[in-house]
Design a protein around this ligand. Structure first.
Ligand SMILES: [Zn+2]
Ligand SMILES: [Zn+2]
Length: 176
């Protein structure tokens, strides 16, 4: 083989060799970084790097098939979204009598007449039924009596048919 051709051949071989080595290293680094974004387990991260070092492209393929579906960031964002969704559901009150959506400023359910809130007898602020003091004006409230009769001075909510409503209310109180 002529010396000139031999040099060209050597140069090409070295060039290709370096290219392969760089590519090899690059995919090892890529796989390691990718695994780090998906798992906090350092052993798993090392195993992935080792797999790709040993098997290279086929190793990368195996890793891509088996890697955790979500990155840690995606999992975190999903948990935030779920929390926000839950919060939204919690923020929308439902009637304990008929499970229909009710508004926070309603005193009674328009569907089943279940009493939802009571009014402060001094300042008119809407109070939760079990509260016996108004958080706004600190006036003590007369609660419902044990037989379910409404004992507050509230004038605004006068259930049309008190008997079934109060029975339900008593039942819900016993659950608590
Ligand atoms: Zn209702
Ligand atoms: Zn008050």
């Amino acid at each position: 083989m002529p010396e000139g051709l031999e040099n060209v051949f050597l140069g090409v071989t070295v060039f290709v060799g370096v290219l392969i080595a760089v590519f090899w290293l690059a995919i090892v680094i890529w796989a390691y970084r990718d695994m780090r974004s998906r798992s906090r387990d350092p052993v798993a991260q090392l195993l992935v790097a080792l797999l790709v070092i040993l098997l290279n492209a086929p190793g990368l393929l195996i890793y891509m098939l088996l890697r955790p579906r979500e990155t840690l960031l995606q999992a975190y964002e999903r948990s935030l979204e779920e929390e926000a969704l839950l919060q939204e559901i919690e923020d929308k009150p439902i009637c304990p009598g008929c499970s229909q959506r009710v508004k926070p400023d309603w005193q009674a359910c328009p569907q089943c007449h279940h009493r939802l809130k009571k009014m402060c007898r001094h300042c008119g602020y809407l109070l939760e039924l079990p509260w016996n003091i108004c958080p706004r004006c600190a006036t003590s409230q007369v609660s419902y009596t044990s037989d379910g009769a409404l004992a507050t001075a509230s004038r605004h909510v006068k259930p049309a048919e008190p008997a079934p409503i109060d029975a339900k209310w008593v039942a819900s109180q016993e659950l608590e």
